[in-house]
Design a protein around this ligand. Structure first.
Ligand SMILES: Cc1cc2nc3c(=O)[nH]c(=O)nc-3n(C[C@H](O)[C@H](O)[C@H](O)COP(=O)(O)O)c2cc1C
Ligand code: SF4
Length: 478
């Protein structure tokens, strides 16, 4: 059996496997911050797919105003969260922890509160709020709690090399760590020794003068020594390079650091793996066995296994790959990787989050509001006259077109396979996927004079693949 499906112990729980759903805001809650039907359906769907650990989307530890966001800032939120926790546990073997967050104020005028504006009393209140929220997480029956210290939010801004404070909370790394460590210590003291406490933080800020893995290693070591049970590494997602839009509050994923946080289709798979690799090496070098969660375009079984084999992570985080196909873990375990519906990494979900609209995957059938559930085993078929795959070279691009396939339920999409004589000797590899609405694909990643080969495969709602078309050879004119 794959190493990915070995049980993995954390402090008080054993994960059924090494696959993790990192936190992903859904914008399904209202501004009241309460769990509702849509949230329940979303996380039950993930749990049915068999992922080892579900990290629930960031929820606020304090009462500050925000757009739609879950909250754990008072006991009023406990009944909804307890019920959600119970439903997730009932739906499958997944363990589940909430990610808890403190954020500073932002305004439509472009103004934003920065850490140097906080008084010492306000800093103490952040420590109190995290401690109280972690206790609530425990009282709700969660398997642990994850402290959000990543991206553009308060604790990350303290860790940042751009933290402008002039007192004991800014400047040196020891000072920048002071509040995050106080939070870990308080949380640990309040939840006790038999409750998992994880931390998500940035392995690299991905902004000018921001910190890199050179600081992330020591940060991880200090957090681990303070009692955290895993470190989950993210990258970027900062205000400093966010796009400024008149009259809109800054959204911290619109600049280069946002691209690095949720690497899109232009980035290679595993684009950020050097980060968890370096942090894990630093921890092990310090004699610490704290597990590390890697993330960032890790959607294939081969790559996920390599992450563990190469020591680039102990646990494999997949956010968008699981949004696209929550059944991915069960499919991998059953040896049915070829039925996984693959994320396009086109970041429609990210754009929805940015505009405070419900975060759905662009692949899902419209109006369903979640990934389709299907136990069908009959694959789609091409028309009797064939798929009619043809190509046209225009303006340095290759435009492919084909006939629509049919299915007993519904065709869900098409996979585009490509071979390149110069680099792979023409071997076909998965290149992109296309939604069923379209029977065309434009390949703009070709060079003049290059020789390419293409083939298309349809798939249905359950991910069953239909037959591959004949291979089409294309020469791009010079
Ligand atoms: C729509 C969306 C919402 C996200 N919300 C959070 C969040 O609440 N907390 C967090 O730590 N990361 C958040 N992330 C980042 C993901 O957890 C993850 O690190 C990132 O998408 C890269 O992993 P992936 O390539 O597997 O998607 C979000 C990502 C997306 C696409
Ligand atoms: S919307 Fe696009 S990037 Fe997001 S999960 Fe779906 S396919 Fe992936």
């Amino acid at each position: 059996m794959s190493v990915l499906f070995e049980p993995f112990p954390l402090r008080n729980v054993v994960l059924p496997n090494r696959l993790v759903l990192p936190a992903m805001v859904t914008r399904l809650s209202g501004e009241d911050g309460l769990v509702n039907d849509d949230i329940r359906a979303r996380y039950v769907r993930f749990a049915r797919g068999g992922v080892g650990l579900i990290v629930l989307e960031a929820m606020a530890v304090h009462g500050a105003k925000s757009g739609p966001l879950l909250r754990i800032s008072s006991d009023d939120f406990k009944p909804g969260l307890s019920d959600l926790r119970a439903r997730v546990h009932d739906a499958g073997p997944s363990k589940v922890v909430p990610q808890i967050i403190h954020f500073l104020k932002i305004a439509r005028s472009g103004w934003r509160q920065t850490v140097d504006m906080l008084s010492l009393e306000e800093i103490d209140a952040i420590v109190d709020a995290y401690g109280a929220a972690a206790v609530r997480a425990r009282e709700c029956g969660f398997d642990g709690v994850e402290l959000h210290m990543a991206h553009a939010y308060t604790l990350s801004s303290f860790l940042s090399r751009l933290n402008p404070r002039k007192d004991a909370y800014g400047g040196s790394l020891a000072n920048r760590l002071r509040l995050p460590l106080r939070v870990v210590e308080r949380v640990r003291r309040r939840v006790g020794d038999d409750f998992t406490v994880g931390v998500r933080f940035l392995g690299e800020e991905c902004i000018r003068n921001g910190y890199t893995v050179l600081d992330a290693g020591p940060i991880a070591i200090e957090l681990a020594r303070a009692g955290v049970d895993y470190v989950s590494l993210s990258a970027g997602g900062k205000f400093e390079d966010a796009r400024v839009i008149e009259g809109e509050p800054l959204y911290p994923y619109t600049g280069y650091s946002g691209d690095r946080c949720m690497p899109g289709s232009a980035y290679p798979d595993g684009a950020n793996l050097y980060i968890p690799e370096a942090v894990r090496a630093a921890l092990r070098g310090a004699g610490l066995e704290t597990p590390v969660i890697a993330a960032g375009k890790l959607g294939s079984l081969e790559l996920a296994e390599k992450v563990v084999a190469r020591g680039q992570g102990d646990l494999v985080g997949m956010a968008r790959a699981l949004l696209a196909d929550p059944d991915l873990p069960n499919k991998w375990r059953a040896g049915r990787e070829d039925t996984v519906v693959r994320c396009l990494y086109g970041n429609v979900c990210k754009a929805l989050d940015e505009s405070f609209r419900r975060v759905d995957c662009t692949l899902w059938p419209k109006k369903l509001g979640q990934a389709p559930l299907s136990a069908d085993t009959e694959p789609p078929a091409w028309p009797a006259a064939g798929a009619g795959l043809r190509a046209e070279c225009k303006d340095g691009r290759v435009l492919l077109r084909w006939q629509a396939a049919s299915d007993n339920e519904a065709v869900y999409g098409y996979q585009v396979f490509r071979g390149e004589r110069a680099t792979t000797g023409g071997a076909l590899v998965h290149h992109a996927s296309v939604r069923a609405l379209s029977t065309r694909y434009e390949d703009s990643r070709v060079v003049a004079g290059g020789d390419y080969r293409y083939a298309i495969r349809p798939y249905d709602l359950a991910g069953n693949r239909g037959p591959m078309t004949d291979v089409l050879d294309v020469h791009v004119p010079s």
